[in-house]
Design a protein around this ligand. Structure first.
Ligand SMILES: Nc1nc2c(ncn2[C@@H]2O[C@H](COP(=O)(O)OP(=O)(O)OP(=O)(O)O)[C@@H](O)[C@H]2O)c(=O)[nH]1
Ligand SMILES: [Mg+2]
Length: 431
């Protein structure tokens, strides 16, 4: 279970309680502790956190007209934001950015993402490859820079990173943002510190960001502290927030180490980078709508998925509508986040990430169903029908059963969205 899901479940349980007393709060806190610790938030931080909630929830009374559970939810929200750090406002001005970090943290990808981030905001950008250790580092960054449509500089085979940086800076004098990618190591050793210091002295960066992978969880705190002591950081970038259950641990530990999270990486694509905003991040985890980014995301996603408000007034799902819905889902990558922000977060990941191959297979399978079967999925509990459809469509029974599984998942999700009046109201309001 991920952090958001755990938090939402704890709050849902609290909402169902008839009275809020010391015992309910204690139990609620226990749920919070479990989910935070499983997200790898440091135990000490978790205990402080739940103690604060207990103190506040028991000592203060909700203001008139506010339901106790809403009051406590808000309290939790506020405390989580405090736990996970501050908002970072990227400076939209001329600057040099140095990235450092251990092997595979996401430095090279992030270099290109950052260049795109600033260039999309009107600042011409370029990247320099000063990673002289990793084979093919040059090609990797060159390819990414091309994709991002930003400048690239490197010298193949050059072993002195300071020479590369000097020439790169010379070449990019008229660029507004220049980002330097550096060598990784398996640990922060003296050789890495030495190399970073040398690059630092010729590059003279305005920002020195440490790139870390969310998967390392609370170890992020120690790493941030060590790099900060060695080379002086202006911020930390936490990547792979999309794929890790330990992101909460990494963020809280970074914050506790007195270093600021500047950006988060939320996917492999070059556009999957966000400047860090703790309240937005927590709001999303809790399924509380964040109005500004919600509107922007909805507009973008709706345009892309060709979705109309009527689509939310769905009839009972059947195989006729399944294929078109599945196809729309595929285009709805961004909508997944939007749903999350509107408080209906848990769309099965595999439904959104259908590959083209699977889709076309499903199309022929559905084409081999009789009209009755298409209208009434229950008929397909019959193994003879499954065998016939597999044969007719030139697929296997396993494929047909996979389709049935996906179908049932989507049906379940549609039903829960349909019955969620709040979600529908919010959705309609934003369209
Ligand atoms: N899902 C996801 N993958 C990411 C993210 N950022 C980077 N990656 C992937 O992580 C892998 C490693 O990324 P790199 O950018 O090569 O990491 P690096 O720190 O430059 O690695 P070295 O140069 O070997 O030290 C790549 O496959 C990236 O696509 C992210 O935010 N989300
Ligand atoms: Mg690299």
């Amino acid at each position: 279970m991920d952090l958001g899901e755990g938090l939402r479940q704890a709050i849902a349980k609290l909402t169902r309680a008839t009275i809020i007393d010391a015992k309910t709060i204690k139990e609620f806190n226990k749920d919070l502790q479990k989910t935070l610790i499983s997200a790898d938030v440091e135990v000490r931080l978790v205990l402080d956190f739940t103690k604060d909630i207990e103190d506040k929830a028991l000592r203060s009374k909700p203001p008139a007209g506010v339901a106790p559970t809403d009051y406590i939810t808000n309290l939790v929200y506020g405390e989580l934001v405090k736990l996970m750090g501050d908002t970072y406002t990227p400076k939209l001005q001329k600057q040099r950015i140095l990235l450092s970090g251990l092997y595979g943290a996401g430095k090279t990808t992030t270099a290109a993402k950052l260049a795109k981030f600033y260039q999309d905001r009107g600042l011409s950008s370029a990247v320099i490859c000063a990673d002289v250790s990793r084979p093919a580092a040059y090609e990797q960054l060159e390819t990414l820079a091309k994709q991002a449509n930003v400048g690239f500089f490197g010298i193949k085979g050059e072993k002195d990173p300071t020479r590369i940086v000097k020439e790169g800076l010379n070449q990019f004098r008229d660029k507004k943002v220049v980002i330097c990618d550096t060598s990784g190591r398996s640990a922060l050793d003296s050789a890495l510190v030495e190399e970073l210091k040398r690059v630092n002295s010729v590059f003279t960066p305005d920002e020195r960001y440490l790139v870390i992978n969310a998967d390392i969880g609370q170890v992020a705190g120690r790493q941030a502290r060590e790099f900060n002591n060695a080379v002086g950081l202006t911020g930390v970038i936490v990547t792979k927030m999309d794929g890790s259950g330990k992101g909460g641990g990494a963020l809280s530990a970074t914050h506790a180490a007195n270093t600021a999270v500047a950006f988060i990486g939320i996917g492999e694509k070059l556009s999957n980078l966000e400047s860090y905003d703790a309240s937005k991040f927590i709001g999303r985890l809790l399924g509380m709508p964040d109005i500004a980014s919600l509107v922007a995301n909805v507009q973008e996603a709706v345009k892309e998925a060709n979705l109309k408000p009527e689509d939310m007034e769905m009839e009972e799902l059947n195989f006729d509508s399944f294929y078109s819905q599945l196809k729309a889902m595929g285009k709805m990558g961004p909508l997944k986040n939007v749903f999350g922000m509107m408080g209906a977060p848990d769309i099965p990941k595999d439904l959104v990430e259908q590959g083209e191959g699977k889709l076309s297979k499903y199309k022929v399978i559905i084409g081999s169903m009789t009209r009755e079967e298409r209208k009434d999925g229950a008929l397909l509990h019959d193994p003879d029908r499954v065998a016939r459809i597999a044969k007719g469509s030139g697929t296997s029974e396993k494929d047909v059963r996979q389709l049935l599984t996906d179908f049932n998942k989507m049906k379940k999700m549609f039903n829960s969205l349909k019955n969620d009046r709040n979600f529908k109201k919010r959705f309609a309001k934003f369209m």
